[in-house]
Design a protein around this ligand. Structure first.
Ligand SMILES: [Cu+2]
Length: 137
């Protein structure tokens, strides 16, 4: 009889112990401001693209990919973006205004009267494909 009572006491004691087992709570949430994210960088215009509305010619081999259709009268700075490998230039009314080596960008200044002006690239062999007109007002 004495052994049974001892055994019962032992079982009760065990049960009491397991009821007091500590609770373990995992807290793995990371605050939003501590998450690692790639730093946002300012977006520069893609290289080789003409800014909209600018007096910019974009040359390739062998063509003017884009060119302004109109320019203001008076002194204007123009930009030649040369995305080709060959040298190209912008020649307006027979005057070379700006020339850029392959892969380069250059600027030049022109003073235009109102009216229609012809532009070409006067590098030998280019004019047939690299020419157009701009309206100056
Ligand atoms: Cu050219």
């Amino acid at each position: 009889m004495g052994r049974i009572i001892l055994a019962l006491v032992a079982v009760l004691a065990l049960a009491a112990c397991t009821e007091q087992a500590p609770e373990i709570t995992m807290q793995e949430q990371v605050p939003a401001d501590q998450r690692t994210e790639a730093a946002a960088e300012g977006e520069a215009p893609a290289e080789g693209e003409a800014p909209a509305g600018d007096a910019t010619w974009v040359a390739v081999d062998i063509d003017f990919e884009s060119a302004p259709e109109a320019l203001p009268a008076g002194e204007t700075e123009i930009t030649l973006v040369n995305n080709g490998a060959a040298v190209h230039n912008v020649t307006i009314d027979g005057n070379v205004i700006v020339e850029a080596q392959g892969g380069q960008t250059a600027t030049g200044t022109v003073n235009l009267d109102p009216g229609t002006h012809e532009y070409i690239c006067n590098v030998p062999g280019h004019e047939a494909l690299m020419q157009g007109e701009i309206t100056v007002e």
